[in-house]
Design a protein around this ligand. Structure first.
Ligand code: ZN
Ligand code: FE
Length: 248
């Protein structure tokens, strides 16, 4: 019951994640942003790929499915919408469990960015792979879902233990921090934003994050506090719309 996560940047601002169950050596890639980059990392680590775990159907998440499956024979697991653009062997949704070797990964429906978006949660190790639902200081755009749906999805993630490590699929944190500072003056946010800008200057990643840190500083999770006169979902929707129009 322990996972090793190998994170690496790919495409312009995506992260790739190779995840290995230490007890069995069973290995998965979370999404397939860049087939060549993922295959090169597997080679470098000497890991053999068994599973492709998709979070949603967007090309920077499922676009490498066919090439990686052809090269490794890995089984592809994901939400049904993946078949819009890529092969899928097993379709999963809320309440399903995917075994990575001996480690159970619970599937959490986190629709909103796309309708069939899912996250993978390893409760024992307190690790979650959240795709484009929750970002460090941000959240995914609503391409297919409603504010109500996305607020429900973010609330499920926010209910995980504070010390849960959150692997988000993009390095958007500096831009998210500039927006966050425009809508929220929490002292914890100012300190975090400074740390984020400094880390990015040094070329360091700001992912992973934690549920506790996001609850304290992410304006999308803090929306009901920032817009107390609105319902939580409407408060979230207003902050999301402001971000969509933000020129930082
Ligand atoms: Zn996406
Ligand atoms: Fe994406």
């Amino acid at each position: 019951m322990s996972l090793t996560v190998h994170q690496f940047p790919c495409l312009s601002d995506n992260y790739g994640f190779l995840v290995r169950d230490e007890a069995t050596g069973t290995t998965a890639t979370i999404d397939t942003p860049d087939a060549d980059a993922i295959l090169a990392q597997l080679d470098r680590l000497g890991w053999t790929l068994d599973l492709i775990l998709n979070t949603h159907w967007h090309p920077d998440h499922a676009g490498g499915n066919a090439a990686i499956q052809a090269a490794t024979g890995a089984t592809i697991v994901g939400p049904p919408e993946v078949t819009r653009i890529a092969p899928l062997d097993r379709s999963v949704g809320q309440g399903d469990t995917v075994m990575l070797g001996e480690t159970p990964l619970a599937v959490i429906d986190t629709g909103g960015h796309t309708l069939g978006h899912i996250a993978y949660h390893d409760a024992a190790d307190r690790i979650a792979f959240v795709g484009d639902t929750l970002f460090a200081l941000g959240c995914g755009r609503l391409f297919e879902g409603t504010p109500e749906q996305m607020w429900g999805s973010l609330s499920k993630l926010a209910a995980l233990p504070d010390d849960t490590t959150v692997y988000c699929a993009h390095e958007y944190t500096a831009a998210n921090a500039r927006f966050a500072l425009s809508v929220d003056d929490a002292p914890a946010l100012r300190d975090r934003a400074e740390a984020v800008f400094a880390a990015r200057e040094r070329g360091e990643p700001t992912v992973p994050t934690t549920i506790g840190l996001e609850k304290a500083t992410n304006p999308f999770l803090r929306a009901p506090l920032l817009r107390p006169h609105l319902t939580p979902a409407d408060a979230f929707g207003e902050i999301r719309a402001a971000k969509d129009g933000f020129k930082g």
